[in-house]
Design a protein around this ligand. Structure first.
Ligand SMILES: Nc1ncnc2c1ncn2[C@@H]1O[C@H](COP(=O)(O)OP(=O)(O)O)[C@@H](O)[C@H]1O
Ligand SMILES: [Mg+2]
Length: 279
């Protein structure tokens, strides 16, 4: 059998009839494609189980992520996100959002010796995209620079597979087991270390957005730990703190510091973040 993560399943080819397609990435149970054709330009996401290795147990639940994301998108938006099952898991098809992500966009700020400062109108648009989600009763759970796509008509916050807030139908649901540790709030890391799972919250999203601003502007993770440290060691470093001093200058740096406060109740809400950036 050909490896289905190296070509689009027939069910998707039938639905989209693309004239061209390319794989954007394939990693950790997720294969993302860009498909173009008469029916438009789409992102296709395929989920498949991660098999057990010597270091990690199997992660079968990840195969459900595209269907779960489609459920969340359909809850949030009027236009329908198609989804279904394929041989190894679930898939969804969503509009393609053109543009660099926050990490790419702020690259000039990270060049050695650069005096370029991060553009605050972009920071505000990212915060507004997250605020829009919080207002609707959801926390994102996986806020990171790659998930903000900065288009000409605004910022799109993508990858809603781990969002929590409203009930998700059981068939697609799975517990939240943490996200990329660079963006994990201390209370999330603590819970994942103790119980294996956590509950995404708006407060943890605000922390993650602060960490996303920090790393995109400076190239440094908010909390110091060795690159190759195992995940539990990374999480313990986040729990133990403190975070690195925020080197971003001015009021933006101060705001990032507030967003990274260890106690969730001490952090600004996303509405307050938007207000602080809107001057
Ligand atoms: N709708 C979209 N429009 C444009 N690019 C997308 C879209 N969805 C995903 N991508 C690209 O694929 C990458 C991975 O997608 P993501 O939704 O984060 O899936 P994963 O579950 O693999 O993390 C994104 O960082 C982005 O580059
Ligand atoms: Mg992602």
């Amino acid at each position: 059998m050909t490896d289905p993560t190296t070509e689009l399943p027939l069910v998707i080819l039938d639905a989209l009839m693309p004239t061209s397609q390319r794989q954007v990435l394939n990693r950790r149970g997720s294969s993302v494609w860009e498909a173009k054709g008469d029916r438009g330009r789409h992102a296709v996401k395929l989920g498949y189980p991660i098999l057990a290795t010597e270091e990690h147990p199997a992660q079968e639940w990840i195969a459900k992520a595209p269907a779960r994301e489609a459920y969340v998108l359909n809850w949030l938006r009027e236009e329908r996100t198609l989804y279904g099952e394929w041989e190894l898991g679930t898939w969804n098809v969503q509009p393609w959002h053109e543009g660099p992500d926050l990490w790419e966009l702020w690259k000039p700020c990270r060049v050695e010796g650069s005096t370029v400062e991060p553009k605050l109108d972009v920071a505000l648009s990212c915060a507004e995209a997250l605020a829009d989600l919080h207002v609707k009763g959801w926390a994102h759970g996986d806020v990171q620079p790659a998930h903000f796509i900065v288009g000409r008509r605004g910022v799109q916050l993508i990858d809603l597979a781990l969002a929590h807030g409203q009930p998700v139908i059981e068939a697609f649901d799975f517990p939240f087991r943490g996200c990329l540790v660079h963006y994990e709030a201390p209370e999330i890391s603590r819970s994942v270390l103790a119980e294996g799972t956590a509950v995404p919250t708006p407060e943890a999203d605000v922390y993650a957005l602060g960490a996303a601003f920090f790393i995109s502007a400076t190239g440094t993770r908010a909390v110091a730990y060795p690159d190759d440290a195992p995940r539990p060691v990374q999480r313990q470093a986040v729990v133990d703190g403190p975070h690195r001093p925020v080197t971003v200058p001015g009021a933006f740096g101060e705001l990032i510091g507030e967003m990274l406060r260890p106690r969730p109740a001490d952090r600004p809400t996303i509405g307050e973040v938007c207000k602080a950036l809107d001057y």
